[in-house]
Ligand binder design. Structure first.
Ligand code: AMP
Length: 288
């Protein structure tokens, strides 16, 4: 594979994309914050399979961090990321710095309303405003035909689908399944910051979700009861601090008294300063 082109400014990235499109190529885009793992790689592979050219952004976006310490500690591994992306067959890497990405006079934000106030939004005020703004900017800069997002960040994916629809961004949003470690833990750039004990305990996030899914398959329909049992299990088996455990409508994140339709089981747990999230989406036939 030839080494990917590295673009550092919006103007350079836009010119690259325009040239590719003038030559008749479709562009698939994978936005990331770097510290790449096999979850990111599957997104790149999917983009390669469906587009002539693949662009990956590597940018730790400061406006989506509600906690300055988390921003400071976010792993930055550009050389390794570049090598991985070359192997995975990316054609271009968009890696701006903050001054290239945000004009000092910038004053425009993209907000999505109450979808951003549920789940992760409750404990991360402003997080989704930062995500919506940076993703809208990235899509304007890269101008892809398709953009690939992991279901690992399910709320983010749903919110971006809504923003792309509402603002007619002209880009298909493609959801990609969660990639997991052998023991079930969802791959995350934050996993490397877990202590060995927390790493062992973290397997319970996916276990609890799997068991909840099995209970629904066995007929459980009470949302609050199920969420309570999931929280109890997490408390019994981990020393993590639960941020939320939710059984909600997968499209609008409203609490579900009765489990039916498109259901999202989602949780967030803090191990020390490392906050992990995971989820399962379940389709439950509506009984009339
Ligand atoms: P991040 O670098 O964490 O912002 O993630 C960039 C993209 O990769 C997002 O669309 C994430 O949802 C996706 N992603 C991260 N981890 C995983 C995973 N374990 N499985 C699938 N997609 C993932």
């Amino acid at each position: 594979m030839p080494a990917p082109d590295i673009l550092r400014t919006p103007a350079a990235m836009l010119a690259w994309s325009k040239t590719a499109q003038r030559d008749g190529h479709t562009i698939g885009f994978v936005p990331t914050m770097g510290a790449l793992h096999k979850g990111h790689v599957t997104l790149v592979e999917r983009a390669r399979a469906e587009n002539a050219k693949v662009v990956v952004s590597v940018y730790v976006n400061p406006t989506q961090f509600d906690n300055p310490d988390d921003l400071k500690k976010y792993p930055r591994t550009f050389d390794a990321d570049r090598a991985l992306l070359e192997k995975a067959g990316a054609n271009a890497i968009y890696a701006p710095d903050d001054t290239a990405m945000y004009d000092p006079e910038a004053r425009t934000w993209v907000e999505v309303g109450e979808l951003a106030d549920a789940l992760c939004g409750l404990s991360r005020p402003g997080h989704f405003r930062g995500v919506c703004t940076v993703v809208t900017k990235l899509l304007s800069i890269v101008r892809p035909d398709r953009a690939y997002f992991g279901q690992k960040d399910y709320q983010q994916l749903r919110i971006i689908e809504v923003v792309a629809r509402d603002l007619n961004l002209g880009c298909a949003i493609v959801p990609c399944p969660i990639v997991r470690e052998a023991d079930g833990l969802a791959c995350s750039s934050r996993n490397v910051r877990l202590t060995p004990q927390h790493r062992q305990e973290a397997v319970w996030l996916s276990k609890v979700l799997r068991e909840a899914k099995a209970k629904i398959a066995a007929g459980e329909r009470e949302g609050l009861k199920l969420a309570g049992e999931m929280a109890e299990q997490l408390e019994a088996h981990t020393s993590g601090e639960i941020d939320y455990v939710a059984v909600v409508d997968a499209l609008n994140f409203a609490d579900l008294q009765k489990i039916e339709g498109e259901v999202l089981l989602a949780l967030a747990v803090k191990f020390g300063s490392v906050r992990l999230i995971d989820n399962e989406r379940v389709s439950v036939p509506v009984k009339t």
